[in-house]
Design a protein around this ligand. Structure first.
Ligand code: PLP
Length: 394
C-alpha cells in the first residue's frame, strides 16, 4: 500500500483503538520467539499438556459430529457441571439455567461484562499491577479506568482504605483479580469481607476474575462472591485455561444474577454465538474426572514456587512469597535500571526472558514478572543466570 493510502486507512481507525497501547508482553515476546537459546520465564500459561482424557473428550466430540452450535448459554450438561463445581469448590450456589454463561475464555467474559454494565464515563476501580487486558477493556467499553496501586510493602494486598481514596459518585464497578497475575497475591477471607463491605456501602458491582482460584499454595481460595450480600452484586469469572492447562481450547464461564446473564448473553450471542462445542465437551470431562490433574499440577507449581522464591531471597532480591497463580514478582529497583532496561539486558546478556513490570501498569515499574510455569531445570538455570547478571550490576 502506498503511504497516502495507508494514511487514509489509518485516519478511519477509531480513535480509542489507535490510542490503545499494544500489550507489553506481546511486544517483548516477539523478540523471544525468534531465538532458540532463551529460557523463558515470560509466558503466562501452564507448561503442562492438556490432560489426555480431556483432549480425548474433545476429539471424540469431533468424531461423533458434535460440531454444531450449542445453546448460546453453553451446553446444559456443562452448565450443570459448573453449578456443581462452583458449589463444591467455591461455596457458591448458581442455577445452571439462568445464572451461568459459558464463554470463550475469561477474556470474553471480561469484555461482555464491561459492555453490559458500562455507560460512557462510568468509572471502574481496579487494582494495579494487573492483568494486561483490564485497562484496555474498560476503555473499549466506554468506561474510565481508575487504577488503585497495591504495594510490595503490603504484600500487594488490596486494602479498603486504598479503595476509599479513589471511589467517586461515578464509580460503578470494582474489578478484582485474586490470586493475582502478576504479583501472586491472594485475597484472604478477612480482606474479602472488608472489600465486600466497601462494595455494598458504595453500591458497586464487583467483577471478580478468579481464573487462578485452584492455584493457591498455602491456604484455600476464598471467593468474595460467597460473602453474604455479594452474590447479588458479583460477576464471578472462572475458566479452564489455567486450572486444566486448556488455554488454546478457549473456554471460560461467568456466573451472575439472571438479569445480568441475560444482558451479557445478548452481546455474546451476537458476537460469538457460543463457545466451541468440542471445547465445551472437553470442559464437561475436566469437571467430571479432572480433580487429580489439578492436584498434580498444583503440587508441581508449589515446588517451583518454593524454589524461585527462596532463590530470590538468597540473592537479596526482594520478592513477596507468591501465595497463588504461577508468577513471582521480584523488585529490581535497587539495580538502578528501569524494568524495561533490566528485562532487555537480562535477555541480551543472559538469554533469560522475563516481563518488565510496566507491562502490568505504571505501578509495575521497578519489578519483573517471572512465570514459574516452566520446568524446574529451566528455572534453576534461569536463577543462576539471574544471579550472575545482578552480580555484574552491583
Ligand atoms: N484473567 C487473568 C488474570 C489472566 O491472567 C488471564 C490469562 O493470562 C486471563 C484472564 C485470560 O484467560 P482466558 O484464557 O480464560 O481467556
Amino acid at each position: 500500500m502506498n503511504t497516502n493510502a495507508s494514511k487514509s486507512v489509518r485516519s478511519k481507525i477509531a480513535r480509542k483503538v489507535l490510542d490503545l497501547p499494544r500489550s507489553g508482553i506481546r511486544d517483548f515476546f516477539e523478540i523471544v520467539s525468534t531465538r532458540k537459546d532463551i529460557i523463558s520465564l515470560g509466558i503466562g500459561e501452564p507448561d503442562f499438556n492438556t490432560p489426555w482424557h480431556i483432549r480425548e473428550a474433545s476429539i471424540f466430540a469431533i468424531e461423533r459430529g458434535a460440531t454444531c452450535y450449542t445453546s448460546n448459554l453453553g451446553l446444559l450438561k456443562l452448565r450443570r457441571g459448573l453449578a456443581d463445581y462452583a458449589q463444591k469448590t467455591f461455596n457458591l450456589h448458581y442455577l445452571a439455567d439462568k445464572e451461568i454463561l459459558v464463554t470463550v475464555g475469561v477474556s470474553e467474559a471480561l469484555d461482555i461484562a464491561m459492555r453490559a454494565l458500562l455507560e460512557p464515563g462510568d468509572e471502574v476501580l481496579y487494582h494495579e499491577p494487573c492483568f494486561v487486558s483490564y485497562a484496555p477493556e474498560i476503555t473499549l467499553a466506554g468506561g474510565v479506568a481508575v487504577p488503585v496501586t497495591t504495594r510490595m510493602e503490603d504484600q500487594f494486598r488490596l486494602t479498603r482504605s486504598a479503595l476509599e481514596a479513589k471511589v467517586t459518585p461515578k464509580t460503578k464497578l470494582l474489578l478484582l483479580n485474586f490470586p493475582n497475575n502478576p504479583t501472586g497475591a491472594v485475597l484472604d477471607e478477612a480482606a474479602a469481607r472488608d472489600i465486600a463491605a466497601f462494595a455494598i456501602e458504595h453500591d458497586l458491582i464487583v467483577i471478580s476474575d478468579e481464573i487462578y482460584a485452584e492455584l493457591t499454595y498455602d491456604s484455600a481460595h476464598f471467593s468474595i462472591a460467597s460473602v453474604p450480600g455479594m452474590k447479588e452484586r458479583t460477576v464471578f469469572m472462572h475458566g479452564f485455561s489455567k486450572t486444566w492447562a486448556m488455554t488454546g481450547l478457549r473456554l471460560g464461564y461467568v456466573c451472575a444474577p439472571p438479569e445480568l446473564i441475560e444482558a451479557m448473553m445478548k452481546i455474546h450471542q451476537y458476537l460469538v454465538m457460543c463457545a466451541s462445542t468440542p471445547s465445551q465437551e472437553a470442559g464437561v470431562e475436566a469437571l467430571l474426572n479432572g480433580a487429580l490433574d489439578v492436584h498434580k499440577m498444583r503440587e508441581s507449581y508449589k515446588t517451583r514456587r518454593n524454589f524461585i522464591h527462596t532463590s530470590f531471597e538468597e540473592m537479596g532480591v526482594p520478592c513477596i512469597r507468591p501465595l497463588g497463580a504461577f508468577y513471582a514478582f521480584p523488585g529490581i529497583a535497587q539495580f538502578g535500571l528501569t524494568s524495561h532496561e533490566f528485562a532487555t539486558r537480562l535477555l541480551d546478556e543472559e538469554s533469560v526472558a522475563a516481563v518488565p513490570g510496566t507491562a502490568f501498569g505504571l505501578s509495575g515499574e521497578g519489578f519483573l514478572r517471572c512465570s514459574y510455569a516452566t520446568s524446574m531445570e529451566q528455572i534453576e538455570e534461569a536463577m543462576s543466570r539471574f544471579e550472575r547478571f545482578i552480580k555484574r550490576l552491583k
